[in-house]
Write a protein that binds this ligand. Structure first.
Ligand SMILES: [Zn+2]
Length: 281
Protein backbone atom coordinates (compact mmCIF):
# COMPACT_ATOMS: atom_id res chain seq x y z
CA UNK A 1 0.00 0.00 0.00
CA UNK A 2 2.73 2.37 0.95
CA UNK A 3 4.44 2.00 -2.44
CA UNK A 4 1.29 2.94 -4.35
CA UNK A 5 0.91 6.07 -2.31
CA UNK A 6 4.44 7.11 -3.02
CA UNK A 7 3.93 6.56 -6.73
CA UNK A 8 0.79 8.69 -6.78
CA UNK A 9 2.64 11.38 -4.97
CA UNK A 10 5.38 11.39 -7.57
CA UNK A 11 2.89 11.52 -10.44
CA UNK A 12 1.12 14.38 -8.74
CA UNK A 13 4.38 16.28 -8.50
CA UNK A 14 4.93 15.90 -12.23
CA UNK A 15 1.62 17.25 -13.39
CA UNK A 16 2.14 20.43 -15.31
CA UNK A 17 -0.69 21.85 -17.36
CA UNK A 18 -0.77 24.92 -19.54
CA UNK A 19 -3.99 26.39 -20.84
CA UNK A 20 -3.90 29.22 -23.36
CA UNK A 21 -6.97 30.99 -24.75
CA UNK A 22 -5.45 31.29 -28.21
CA UNK A 23 -2.11 30.64 -29.90
CA UNK A 24 -3.06 32.73 -32.93
CA UNK A 25 -3.94 36.12 -31.62
CA UNK A 26 -5.09 39.25 -33.41
CA UNK A 27 -3.38 42.54 -32.66
CA UNK A 28 -5.06 44.49 -29.82
CA UNK A 29 -6.49 41.26 -28.37
CA UNK A 30 -5.74 39.65 -25.01
CA UNK A 31 -4.47 36.15 -24.23
CA UNK A 32 -5.44 34.35 -21.03
CA UNK A 33 -2.81 31.87 -19.93
CA UNK A 34 -3.08 29.48 -17.00
CA UNK A 35 -0.56 27.06 -15.56
CA UNK A 36 -1.25 24.32 -13.04
CA UNK A 37 1.70 23.01 -11.04
CA UNK A 38 2.21 22.06 -7.42
CA UNK A 39 4.97 23.40 -5.21
CA UNK A 40 6.42 26.05 -7.45
CA UNK A 41 7.59 29.54 -6.63
CA UNK A 42 7.86 32.81 -8.53
CA UNK A 43 6.09 31.88 -11.76
CA UNK A 44 6.99 34.48 -14.40
CA UNK A 45 6.30 35.11 -18.03
CA UNK A 46 8.13 37.02 -20.73
CA UNK A 47 6.96 37.98 -24.21
CA UNK A 48 9.26 39.93 -26.48
CA UNK A 49 11.33 41.18 -23.50
CA UNK A 50 8.21 42.31 -21.57
CA UNK A 51 7.74 40.72 -18.17
CA UNK A 52 4.18 39.92 -17.16
CA UNK A 53 3.05 38.85 -13.70
CA UNK A 54 1.30 35.65 -12.87
CA UNK A 55 -1.38 35.76 -10.19
CA UNK A 56 -2.75 32.92 -8.12
CA UNK A 57 -5.92 31.75 -9.85
CA UNK A 58 -8.35 31.67 -6.96
CA UNK A 59 -10.84 29.36 -8.68
CA UNK A 60 -8.45 26.38 -8.83
CA UNK A 61 -5.80 24.86 -6.60
CA UNK A 62 -2.12 25.18 -7.54
CA UNK A 63 -2.93 27.32 -10.55
CA UNK A 64 -1.69 30.70 -11.73
CA UNK A 65 -2.96 32.93 -14.47
CA UNK A 66 -1.57 35.74 -16.62
CA UNK A 67 -3.15 38.18 -19.03
CA UNK A 68 -1.09 38.98 -22.09
CA UNK A 69 -2.24 42.08 -23.95
CA UNK A 70 -1.08 42.39 -27.55
CA UNK A 71 -0.55 45.97 -28.69
CA UNK A 72 -2.42 47.28 -31.73
CA UNK A 73 0.91 48.11 -33.33
CA UNK A 74 2.59 44.77 -32.52
CA UNK A 75 4.49 43.38 -35.49
CA UNK A 76 2.55 40.53 -37.11
CA UNK A 77 4.80 37.49 -36.74
CA UNK A 78 5.60 34.47 -34.59
CA UNK A 79 6.74 34.94 -30.98
CA UNK A 80 7.58 32.70 -28.06
CA UNK A 81 6.09 33.13 -24.61
CA UNK A 82 8.67 32.04 -22.03
CA UNK A 83 7.33 30.79 -18.72
CA UNK A 84 9.67 30.28 -15.81
CA UNK A 85 9.28 29.15 -12.23
CA UNK A 86 11.32 27.79 -9.38
CA UNK A 87 10.90 24.16 -8.43
CA UNK A 88 13.12 22.40 -5.89
CA UNK A 89 15.40 25.46 -5.83
CA UNK A 90 15.93 25.17 -9.59
CA UNK A 91 14.68 27.52 -12.27
CA UNK A 92 12.60 25.79 -14.94
CA UNK A 93 11.77 27.33 -18.36
CA UNK A 94 9.00 26.45 -20.81
CA UNK A 95 8.38 28.04 -24.20
CA UNK A 96 5.03 28.42 -25.94
CA UNK A 97 4.93 29.56 -29.57
CA UNK A 98 2.26 32.06 -30.53
CA UNK A 99 1.53 34.08 -33.64
CA UNK A 100 0.19 37.62 -33.82
CA UNK A 101 -2.13 37.94 -36.80
CA UNK A 102 -3.94 40.86 -38.41
CA UNK A 103 -7.17 41.90 -36.70
CA UNK A 104 -8.31 43.24 -40.10
CA UNK A 105 -9.72 46.40 -38.59
CA UNK A 106 -11.71 48.57 -40.95
CA UNK A 107 -10.31 51.84 -42.20
CA UNK A 108 -11.76 55.27 -41.96
CA UNK A 109 -10.19 57.46 -44.62
CA UNK A 110 -9.93 61.11 -43.68
CA UNK A 111 -8.67 63.39 -46.41
CA UNK A 112 -7.86 66.32 -44.22
CA UNK A 113 -4.49 67.79 -43.59
CA UNK A 114 -3.87 66.55 -40.05
CA UNK A 115 -1.70 69.59 -39.41
CA UNK A 116 -4.90 71.64 -39.55
CA UNK A 117 -6.09 70.06 -36.30
CA UNK A 118 -3.42 71.79 -34.27
CA UNK A 119 -3.77 72.37 -30.55
CA UNK A 120 -2.63 75.57 -28.93
CA UNK A 121 0.29 75.41 -26.51
CA UNK A 122 -1.92 75.37 -23.40
CA UNK A 123 -4.09 72.50 -24.69
CA UNK A 124 -1.01 70.58 -25.80
CA UNK A 125 0.42 70.78 -22.30
CA UNK A 126 -2.89 69.73 -20.79
CA UNK A 127 -3.15 66.72 -23.14
CA UNK A 128 0.36 65.50 -22.39
CA UNK A 129 -0.11 65.97 -18.63
CA UNK A 130 -3.36 63.99 -18.72
CA UNK A 131 -1.73 61.27 -20.81
CA UNK A 132 1.20 60.92 -18.41
CA UNK A 133 -1.09 60.84 -15.38
CA UNK A 134 -3.23 58.13 -16.94
CA UNK A 135 -0.28 56.01 -18.10
CA UNK A 136 1.21 56.08 -14.62
CA UNK A 137 -2.04 54.59 -13.34
CA UNK A 138 -2.43 52.03 -16.15
CA UNK A 139 1.10 50.78 -15.66
CA UNK A 140 0.45 50.13 -11.99
CA UNK A 141 -0.59 46.58 -11.28
CA UNK A 142 -2.80 46.19 -8.23
CA UNK A 143 -2.13 42.76 -6.78
CA UNK A 144 -5.64 42.62 -5.28
CA UNK A 145 -8.23 41.33 -7.75
CA UNK A 146 -11.56 43.08 -7.17
CA UNK A 147 -13.61 41.05 -9.62
CA UNK A 148 -15.40 37.95 -8.40
CA UNK A 149 -17.56 37.13 -11.39
CA UNK A 150 -18.13 37.89 -15.05
CA UNK A 151 -17.99 41.36 -16.63
CA UNK A 152 -21.10 43.04 -18.01
CA UNK A 153 -21.36 45.70 -20.71
CA UNK A 154 -21.85 49.33 -19.65
CA UNK A 155 -24.78 49.61 -22.05
CA UNK A 156 -26.84 47.28 -24.22
CA UNK A 157 -27.43 49.81 -27.02
CA UNK A 158 -26.21 49.67 -30.62
CA UNK A 159 -22.47 49.88 -31.18
CA UNK A 160 -21.95 52.91 -33.38
CA UNK A 161 -18.19 52.58 -33.86
CA UNK A 162 -16.11 49.45 -33.34
CA UNK A 163 -12.80 49.30 -31.56
CA UNK A 164 -9.74 49.45 -33.77
CA UNK A 165 -11.04 51.33 -36.79
CA UNK A 166 -7.95 52.69 -38.52
CA UNK A 167 -7.81 56.42 -39.06
CA UNK A 168 -6.00 56.97 -42.30
CA UNK A 169 -5.11 60.57 -43.15
CA UNK A 170 -3.98 61.11 -46.71
CA UNK A 171 -2.94 57.49 -47.07
CA UNK A 172 -1.03 57.19 -43.75
CA UNK A 173 -2.24 55.34 -40.65
CA UNK A 174 -2.35 58.07 -38.01
CA UNK A 175 -4.30 56.47 -35.19
CA UNK A 176 -7.05 54.01 -34.43
CA UNK A 177 -10.29 54.06 -32.51
CA UNK A 178 -9.20 53.18 -28.98
CA UNK A 179 -12.51 51.91 -27.62
CA UNK A 180 -16.02 50.76 -28.47
CA UNK A 181 -18.67 53.45 -28.96
CA UNK A 182 -22.24 52.83 -27.81
CA UNK A 183 -25.25 54.83 -28.85
CA UNK A 184 -26.38 56.93 -25.87
CA UNK A 185 -28.34 60.14 -25.82
CA UNK A 186 -27.36 62.63 -23.11
CA UNK A 187 -28.44 61.38 -19.68
CA UNK A 188 -28.33 57.61 -20.27
CA UNK A 189 -27.28 55.63 -17.17
CA UNK A 190 -23.84 54.02 -17.54
CA UNK A 191 -23.12 50.82 -15.62
CA UNK A 192 -19.82 49.70 -14.14
CA UNK A 193 -18.62 46.66 -16.02
CA UNK A 194 -17.36 44.95 -12.87
CA UNK A 195 -16.20 45.50 -9.27
CA UNK A 196 -13.24 47.77 -8.69
CA UNK A 197 -11.91 51.07 -7.46
CA UNK A 198 -12.26 54.44 -9.20
CA UNK A 199 -8.79 55.69 -10.13
CA UNK A 200 -9.72 58.52 -12.51
CA UNK A 201 -12.83 60.71 -12.20
CA UNK A 202 -12.20 64.02 -13.89
CA UNK A 203 -12.69 66.13 -16.98
CA UNK A 204 -10.05 65.52 -19.63
CA UNK A 205 -9.37 67.29 -22.92
CA UNK A 206 -10.22 64.52 -25.39
CA UNK A 207 -12.23 62.11 -23.23
CA UNK A 208 -14.30 64.74 -21.41
CA UNK A 209 -15.72 63.61 -18.07
CA UNK A 210 -13.99 60.27 -17.61
CA UNK A 211 -14.27 57.48 -15.10
CA UNK A 212 -11.63 54.77 -15.03
CA UNK A 213 -11.97 51.71 -12.80
CA UNK A 214 -9.09 49.57 -11.57
CA UNK A 215 -10.37 45.98 -11.44
CA UNK A 216 -7.06 44.71 -10.07
CA UNK A 217 -4.31 42.51 -11.58
CA UNK A 218 -3.61 45.14 -14.25
CA UNK A 219 -7.16 45.35 -15.66
CA UNK A 220 -8.73 48.81 -16.17
CA UNK A 221 -11.99 49.89 -17.83
CA UNK A 222 -12.82 53.45 -18.93
CA UNK A 223 -16.11 55.32 -19.54
CA UNK A 224 -15.78 58.62 -21.43
CA UNK A 225 -17.70 61.73 -22.53
CA UNK A 226 -20.04 61.55 -19.51
CA UNK A 227 -22.36 64.45 -18.69
CA UNK A 228 -22.43 63.51 -14.98
CA UNK A 229 -20.05 61.52 -12.78
CA UNK A 230 -21.45 59.98 -9.60
CA UNK A 231 -18.16 58.75 -8.10
CA UNK A 232 -14.80 60.18 -7.22
CA UNK A 233 -11.27 58.79 -7.16
CA UNK A 234 -10.83 56.22 -4.40
CA UNK A 235 -14.48 55.09 -4.36
CA UNK A 236 -15.15 51.36 -4.44
CA UNK A 237 -17.56 50.24 -7.13
CA UNK A 238 -19.76 47.18 -7.49
CA UNK A 239 -20.58 45.66 -10.86
CA UNK A 240 -23.69 47.33 -12.29
CA UNK A 241 -23.39 50.51 -10.19
CA UNK A 242 -24.46 53.59 -12.15
CA UNK A 243 -21.18 55.45 -12.64
CA UNK A 244 -22.77 58.49 -14.21
CA UNK A 245 -24.76 59.67 -17.21
CA UNK A 246 -23.67 59.67 -20.82
CA UNK A 247 -22.99 62.92 -22.61
CA UNK A 248 -20.85 64.66 -25.18
CA UNK A 249 -18.07 66.19 -23.09
CA UNK A 250 -14.54 66.31 -24.52
CA UNK A 251 -13.68 66.28 -28.20
CA UNK A 252 -16.71 64.62 -29.77
CA UNK A 253 -19.19 65.37 -32.50
CA UNK A 254 -22.21 64.02 -30.62
CA UNK A 255 -23.28 62.23 -27.44
CA UNK A 256 -22.23 58.58 -27.05
CA UNK A 257 -20.35 56.36 -24.62
CA UNK A 258 -16.75 55.50 -25.42
CA UNK A 259 -15.86 52.33 -23.51
CA UNK A 260 -12.20 51.35 -23.28
CA UNK A 261 -9.99 48.71 -21.72
CA UNK A 262 -6.33 48.67 -20.69
CA UNK A 263 -4.47 45.59 -19.54
CA UNK A 264 -0.97 46.04 -18.14
CA UNK A 265 -0.94 49.49 -19.72
CA UNK A 266 -1.84 48.25 -23.20
CA UNK A 267 -4.99 49.43 -24.96
CA UNK A 268 -6.96 46.38 -26.05
CA UNK A 269 -10.31 45.59 -27.65
CA UNK A 270 -12.70 45.80 -24.66
CA UNK A 271 -15.26 43.35 -26.01
CA UNK A 272 -12.66 40.69 -26.84
CA UNK A 273 -11.03 41.15 -23.41
CA UNK A 274 -14.41 40.70 -21.72
CA UNK A 275 -15.13 37.56 -23.77
CA UNK A 276 -11.81 36.03 -22.74
CA UNK A 277 -12.06 37.04 -19.08
CA UNK A 278 -15.65 35.79 -18.84
CA UNK A 279 -14.52 32.34 -19.99
CA UNK A 280 -12.49 32.02 -16.81
CA UNK A 281 -14.11 34.17 -14.15
ZN1 LIG B 1 -14.95 56.28 -29.21
Amino acid sequence: MKKIFILLFIINQLIFAIEISSKKIENANTIFLKIVKKNIKEPKLTLDKHNINFFAFSKEKDSYYALIPISYYKELKKYKIIISYIENEKKVFKGIPIEVIDGNYKSEVINVDSSKVVLNEKDKQRVSKEYEEAMKIYETTTSKLYIKEKFIYPLETKITSDFGKKRVYNGTLKSYHSGTDYRASVGTKIKASNDGKVVIAKNRFYAGNSIVIDHGNGIYSGYYHLSKMYYKEGDLIKKGDILGLSGSTGRVTGPHLHFSFRIHGVQVDPLQAIRVLNNYF
